[in-house]
Unconditional design. Structure first.
Length: 528
């Protein structure tokens, strides 16, 4: 065989191997079945974004051969794949979704056994016209009641299967002195490369990322309960609202839910990134305030709070003994941009009045809807089977459950996409033990649709993983610094923040200390 012929033959073999998982042949004489095939994951009826990664899956039917045909009215030929583990070619998938925007995608599963092909009922998925944001971040953590030896912050490209580790707490595991890492949150969907997360215990501090720069600060002061815990970036200014919490785990002996996470004290603070100053937002010992969230215009701060009677000697016993009577309501405070101060609090949703407890209030990008989680009690809803997603229409005042997105198990932490059409949230609907991430389409009429599990390269990936995904957030731009750069910054000492008094507009310390600087600071910070 000549050299040229050998090269052509080798290339043809490579092409055959590359196409080995797919075949253009769809069985023509299949017996029709009266049900859909069992597949993993099962995303039937879910509304899909037109730019999402291939929705690979595994057929859970016994058989000798498998054919899957994915198509639409715009492209009847579509994609044909062979095998039980359906690995959809990336380019063909993207072309098919683009052609199917605003229409329906169909999937036919064929299984052959005893020499006969069987065709199961068609799986249908509407394809939206609106894209999802291309990136998400989340925390990967094995379930553990007593430690956090293995924990990573990750970034996922939702248009592909690329996953990147932003930080892994094992990098500074020193003789059992571990780190807890949580809450990677960006400003304005990381549009300008600004984000933050916390490192606790060994080399603790709040890590601030600005473009390619990484710094670490210590937000704990003598006048605040703790360093920042749950963050909320102001949409335009270099300000971050945090809750500061004294949080403990409590274990049940009889309850089906074996663990409860509770705040025995919590407040809100405001951190000025430019001046490295911390302001309190109304320290009240009889209010447990948490989960701040800004409106898109930056003029209002939402949060939850539970009222407790002031009695330090018996507070812990009363909270532990009455854990299932602790109810958090949703409040908001106006924020005055010229003076950078907050007004009086206003009750937005009285969850206590209906025997429920709210957490994670988040306002939609158009400012029309307030999304939150509602459970029977408490605020750490990731442990509560009763937790569901609810919305309040801020114009009409109507409050309703997102029935199509909810399940009989836990729905908890959630975030809006930048266009307001997609809700990313954590759920334990699959097995009740592991938290995984789902995405639900939220239409212009305020209705959520059947969600889909974020896709993986293999259909059984989640069943082979023993980790939970939590604290999911959307990003428009990826996080810039490398893992090495982030780890290097964490290894350095944290810069202490300075306490600067109250950020409440009617506080005397504000009048003398804050307002006089506010106009200059505001002008300086706007283009930061």
């Amino acid at each position: 065989m000549k050299k040229t012929q050998r090269i052509l033959f080798a290339l043809s073999l490579l092409g055959a191997f590359a196409l080995g998982g797919c075949t253009p042949t769809v069985p023509a004489d299949a017996t029709k079945e009266a049900r859909m095939a069992r597949v993993l994951p099962d995303n039937h009826d879910a509304v899909l974004p037109p730019n999402v990664a291939p929705m690979n899956f595994m057929v859970q039917e016994e058989g000798d051969a498998y054919i899957t045909h994915i198509y639409s009215d715009a492209n009847r030929e579509g994609i044909v794949c062979e095998g039980k583990d359906v690995d959809i070619p990336m380019k063909e998938w993207k072309d098919l979704l683009f052609a199917t925007k605003g229409k329906t995608l169909y999937t036919d599963v064929f299984v052959k056994h005893d020499g006969q092909w069987h065709q199961y009922q068609t799986i249908a998925n509407p394809i939206a016209t609106e894209d999802i944001d291309p990136y998400i971040t989340y925390r990967l953590i094995p379930p553990s009641y007593e430690g956090y030896g293995t924990l990573a912050l990750c970034q996922r490209d939702m248009t592909s299967f690329d996953e990147r580790v932003l930080y892994d707490n094992r990098l500074y595991d020193r003789e059992g002195n571990g780190q807890c890492v949580n809450c990677h949150v960006s400003q304005d969907y990381n549009l300008h490369g600004r984000s933050q997360f916390h490192v606790r215990q060994e080399l603790g501090g709040t890590v601030l990322i600005h473009g390619g720069q990484v710094t670490k600060v210590d937000l704990k002061t003598d006048s605040t309960l703790s360093a920042g815990v749950y963050p909320a970036w102001h949409p335009t200014l270099p300000l971050i609202a945090y809750s500061v919490n004294k949080t403990y785990q409590v274990f049940h002996t009889k309850d089906v839910q074996k663990i409860e996470v509770m705040d025995f004290a919590s407040d809100l603070i405001l951190y000025d990134v430019v001046t490295n100053r911390v302001f309190d937002i109304g320290r009240q010992a009889d209010e447990l305030e948490s989960f701040p969230a800004w409106t898109p215009d930056g003029k209002t701060l939402y949060y939850v709070s539970a009222h407790v009677d002031e009695d330090a000697d018996s507070l812990v016993d009363r909270l532990v003994g009455g854990y299932n009577q602790l109810h958090y309501d949703i409040y908001r405070r106006s924020f005055d941009l010229p003076t950078l101060t907050f007004g009086e609090r206003e009750l937005v949703f009285d969850a206590s009045a209906v025997g429920k407890s709210a957490a994670f209030p988040r306002v939609s990008p158009d400012g029309k809807y307030l999304l939150f989680a509602l459970s029977d009690y408490g605020q750490f809803h990731i442990w509560h089977r009763s937790s569901d997603l609810y919305v309040k229409d801020l114009a009409s005042g109507e409050v309703y459950a997102l029935d199509q997105a909810n399940s009989p198990n836990t729905e908890s932490y959630h975030s809006w996409s930048s266009n307001g059409r997609w809700i990313l949230f954590s759920s334990r609907r699959d097995d009740g033990s592991y938290t995984r991430l789902y995405v639900s389409y939220y239409d212009k009429k305020g209705k959520a649709h059947t969600p889909f599990l974020i896709p993986q390269r293999h259909g059984d990936t989640y069943q082979r993983q023993f980790v939970s995904y939590n604290v999911p957030e959307w990003l428009i731009q990826p996080v810039e610094p490398s893992l090495r750069e982030v780890a290097h910054a964490i290894g350095k000492p944290a810069t202490p923040a300075q306490y600067a008094g109250s950020a409440l507009h009617n506080d005397a310390t504000v009048q003398g200390k804050r307002v006089g600087e506010a106009a200059t600071d505001a002008v300086k910070m706007l283009p930061y």
